[in-house]
Design a protein around this ligand. Structure first.
Ligand code: ADP
Ligand code: MG
Length: 382
């Protein structure tokens, strides 16, 4: 990827970049809607990502280009100083601009003028967090040209700050945490309340297949918000600040005071947090069969208790979990549409994936997008 981006940068700007960085996309492995409940989550950094090349300029002009804006990238030039939000075709520059805008909040000095290029092999909007990848890669590049080296925790928080405040997407810490702390043949474990990051080994021959339905429930945003409210209501009734401090015993005791759907949302979250713990234990024993069972149990809980699955996602999970080479399958991300990921051994192949995609098309007319990946390293300077 480095040679390709250096060549492209030189072609566009007529000189070589001084720094090249890269950050991966991610898969939510297990831990569904646990983040805002103060819980824990496991994510996988994948072997696809976004590379960023930068060279400082003598003037204050900031010039951006990306393969995202077509085969012959258009150069978007903006002035120095505090970044202004961009609209329309140039809106993608809000990701790197958001990073620059967030520098002062982390006591960092923003870069002035530079030339910038992003090159990606990560599909956009497939639930793999291309946004976190471009944020992390941009952050490392801007830090390199300004000779600043905050801790990796700070870089991850900076990237999230940019997405929350400048881009305006209220995401949790999973996307940036996994892209920032990822490691090949590992999963990233995040404690969302303490904001601490760790890695857990994953056997090298583990594969991921993502089936993206490209469906989204018309009310997805409102439903997400409603789930959030139900979780906070349940916590209040249990007398805890966040559901991470709730127990199944306390929930059962409080059941008469809870309406049925609030009870079910809380049961999902409390049990899901426990499933993440059990997944870490099973991974330490190298017991992938057990990990697979936990993944599928997570989906069933989404389906029946949290009710953030859809017939499309359930269909994919039903198909996938009937296949010998699949350890487990679950919806990945917020739900109410989107994608299912399957964890498989190395024998599961394109042919097997095609059969699943064909069955899906027979049932729902559209063919899902199928992506195969393994784990890959986290954000770094190349
Ligand atoms: P995702 O699930 O992929 O993170 P988002 O909507 O959060 O979806 O982020 C996608 C946005 O990230 C794109 O609309 C674009 O603005 C930006 N982006 C992703 N990849 C690139 C790229 N290669 N170059 C420029 N911008 C990109
Ligand atoms: Mg995103």
């Amino acid at each position: 990827m480095k040679e390709k981006i250096v060549a492209k940068f030189t072609e566009i700007y007529g000189r070589a970049p001084t720094v090249v960085t890269r950050a991966p996309g991610r898969i939510e492995f297990i831990g569904n809607h646990t983040d805002y409940n103060g819980g824990i989550v496991l994510g996988a950094s994948i072997d696809r990502g976004i590379a960023v090349a930068v060279a400082p300029r003598d003037d204050a002009q900031r010039r951006f280009a990306s393969d995202y804006s077509g085969a012959t990238p258009k150069i978007v030039a903006v002035g120095g100083g505090k970044p202004q939000r961009q609209d329309g075709d140039d809106a993608w520059t809000n990701y790197p601009l958001g990073i620059i805008d967030s520098f002062p909040a982390f006591n960092l000095t923003p870069p002035e003028g530079f030339d910038y290029l992003a090159v990606s092999d990560l599909p956009v909007g497939s639930g793999l967090s291309s946004s976190a990848a471009i944020e992390l890669a941009s952050a490392l590049a801007f830090l390199a040209i300004t000779d600043q080296a905050p801790s990796r925790e700070e870089v991850v928080k900076l990237a999230r700050h940019a997405e929350n405040n400048f881009v305006g997407v209220p995401c949790g810490i999973l996307d940036q945490g996994v892209s920032g702390f990822g490691k090949k043949d590992h999963l990233v474990f995040i404690d969302c309340r303490a904001l601490t990051f760790d890695t857990v080994p994953l056997p090298p021959d583990t594969h991921f297949w993502v089936f993206n339905t490209h469906t989204k429930h018309a009310l997805a945003d409102g439903l997400y918000e409603a789930r959030h409210t139900e979780c906070m209501d349940a916590a209040k009734t249990l007398g805890v600040e966040l559901l991470v401090d709730g127990t199944i015993e306390a929930l059962e005791a409080a059941r008469p005071k809870l309406n049925e759907s609030v009870y079910r949302r809380a049961k999902h979250v409390i049990e899901e947090i426990e499933r993440v713990r059990q997944t870490v234990e099973a991974l330490k024993r190298g017991d992938l069969a057990e990990v697979g069972k936990l993944i599928t149990a997570s989906h069933r809980s989404s389906q029946h208790l949290f009710e953030n699955s859809t017939p499309e996602l359930d269909f994919l999970v039903d198909q996938l979990t009937g296949i010998l080479d699949v350890y487990g399958a679950r919806l990945t991300g917020g739900g109410f549409g989107g994608a299912v990921m399957a964890m498989t051994n190395g024998r599961f192949d394109e042919k097997a994936a095609d059969l699943v995609a064909d069955a899906y098309r027979q049932r729902f007319q559209e063919r899902p997008e199928v992506l195969h990946m393994q784990t890959g390293d986290g954000a770094s300077v190349l």
